[in-house]
Write a protein that binds this ligand. Structure first.
Ligand code: CS2
Length: 494
């Protein structure tokens, strides 16, 4: 068979292939999801597919791509269908997912996102837009006026282009029309992600219409969630694998590890799919799960992305195959675990062992360079928060200082062999001018990057113990080269 995956060809796929246990076309949409990238397709869309199969309901997803038109062009001709390729140690399995109904490309169809968000049947607005897209200043619990999307949307709030602006305008219109609000569900790797987005949305709304902000405070639910599944960016290989398994082409296929976890606060004002049918866990308080995942999984991910990339390791699995780096990952996991409050039923040693296996998965090609991007958005919750905890409680600071020194070395944008690369960080211009002012001295570089406004907690930046560690490790990386510095670091803590 040749052709493309879609509602017609679905019936002709090989019998061995898992597919929706329901007729996708018979279910309406109840969720509008902003950010239909690979992570959403390998995570929330899969849980929703399981919920639709087990319990039915009008809970399909209308996706919104804020910038990209590619995902709409890949998924719409396929009636929203795509393949999830799961790559584990035991082999490859594939499953066709039917929970996405269509994707709106906001760049092309400016009216459609608000139309979807204000449809009476929309009961949940969820988001996976990456940390940098929100533009919320956590310390002030307010939007950051200098954020490009926030500034543009505050200037023209009736024609929003950013995630927060869209949510606020949609809620304003729903209130005006007498429609119940949707629940806002943030699925990005941010601590207290529901509380953070609530603060941003209400502050944005207050600037547009204070009465709207009061209404949002009183009526809109913002449950927090912890999302987890290692999902490398799809490549040509992903498409080729899907085509081999399906017999038809699939331009929206994604690949992921077999492991998946979703922990959600059960506070939905207008109902929700039975995501527990797909294995989601509903709890009263997500915070301890979030802290564990952000500090252990994401924290060690960031550390190994910087140190591994600089030491010439392309993928996470290559980092894990390097004895010294794998040792530093293990060290980081245990230092991060020591900063957590105990969580009933969870053993952080077991969690760390499971993470080591997940990282080492030889079937997943997860680029260190992919994880390294947006460091200034990721470090605070992944590395700096546990570092501050360690500082206050006499814990082990060195693993966190090593991660920060590796990030600083990465900010220079040049490998030890002279090859250059792009930083891909929303603050890269600021970083470049801080580095230009600092010159070549490692202490000056460390001080300049530590001084980036709002990045490091004051208490950490002011600690002599901390700055000495970071400066010392950075200088060893610059003088001896990263590979040598990694070897010595591993020996030191063996
Ligand atoms: C990674 C995450 O790219 C990154 O920063 O740390 O995307 C990570 O793979 C996921 O959070 C795993 O759930």
């Amino acid at each position: 068979m040749t052709g493309r995956l879609n509602a017609k060809t679905l019936a002709c796929l090989p019998a061995s292939l898992d597919r929706p246990a329901y007729d996708p076309g018979a279910h309406g949409a109840g969720i509008v999801h902003i950010g239909v990238g690979a992570f959403h397709r390998a995570h929330q869309a899969v849980y929703t597919d399981a919920a639709l199969g087990a319990a039915g309901g009008d809970w399909r997803i209308d996706g919104i791509g804020l910038r990209s038109t590619e995902i709409a062009d890949a998924l719409n001709p396929q009636d929203g269908l795509f393949t999830l390729v799961e790559r584990g140690v035991a082999g490859v399995t594939a499953r066709v997912i039917g929970s996405i109904r269509r994707v709106i490309a906001a760049a092309r169809d400016g009216e459609a996102p608000l139309a979807a968000l204000t449809a009476p049947q929309t009961r949940i607005a969820s988001l996976t837009v990456t940390e940098k897209a929100y533009g919320i200043d956590r310390a002030r619990g307010a939007v950051d006026d200098r954020h490009p999307a926030i500034a543009a949307d505050l200037a023209d709030p009736r024609a929003p282009r950013g995630a927060l602006g869209l949510l606020v305008e949609a809620l304003r219109l729903r209130r005006e029309k007498g429609l119940a609000p949707f629940t806002v569900l943030c699925c990005d790797n941010l601590p207290d992600n529901g509380g953070l987005v609530r603060a941003g949305v209400t502050d944005f709304a207050a600037r547009v219409d204070p009465g709207l902000a009061d209404w949002i405070r009183a009526h809109v639910a913002f449950p927090s969630t912890m999302v987890d599944r290692i999902t490398p960016a799809p490549t040509e290989k992903t498409h080729a694998e899907a085509e081999r398994l399906l017999g038809v082409s699939d331009m929206a296929a994604v690949e992921a590890e077999p492991f998946s976890q979703w922990v959600i606060e059960d506070r939905f004002s207008a109902g929700r799919p039975e995501w527990e049918k797909g294995g989601a866990i509903f709890v009263a308080d997500v915070a301890p799960y979030e802290a564990m995942k952000l500090r252990m999984l994401n924290g060690s991910h960031s550390m190994m992305a910087y140190a591994g990339f600089l030491a010439g390791r392309e993928y996470v699995r290559d980092v894990m195959a390097d004895e010294a780096l794998a040792h530093l990952v293990r060290r980081h996991l245990s230092a991060a675990a020591a900063t957590l409050s105990p969580l009933e039923g969870i053993d952080t040693d077991d969690y760390a062992l499971a993470l080591m296996d997940r990282f080492a998965n030889p079937a997943i090609a997860h680029e260190a360079y992919q994880i390294a991007m947006d460091g200034t958005e990721k470090l605070p919750q992944r590395i700096l928060a546990p570092a501050l905890h360690a500082l206050r409680n006499g814990g082990d600071l060195r693993p966190f200082a090593f991660a920060v020194a590796a990030w600083m070395r990465y900010c220079i944008g040049r490998l030890d062999d002279g090859k250059t690369y792009r930083l891909r960080d929303p603050r890269e211009a600021e970083i470049a001018s801080a580095l230009a002012r600092a010159g070549g001295d490692s202490q000056a570089i460390a001080a300049a990057l530590t001084g980036l406004p709002g990045l490091f907690p004051d208490e950490l930046a002011a600690s002599g113990a901390w700055t000495r560690l970071v400066g010392g490790i950075l200088s060893s990386m610059l003088e001896k080269g990263v590979s040598q510095a990694v070897q010595e670091e591993a020996r030191l803590s063996a």
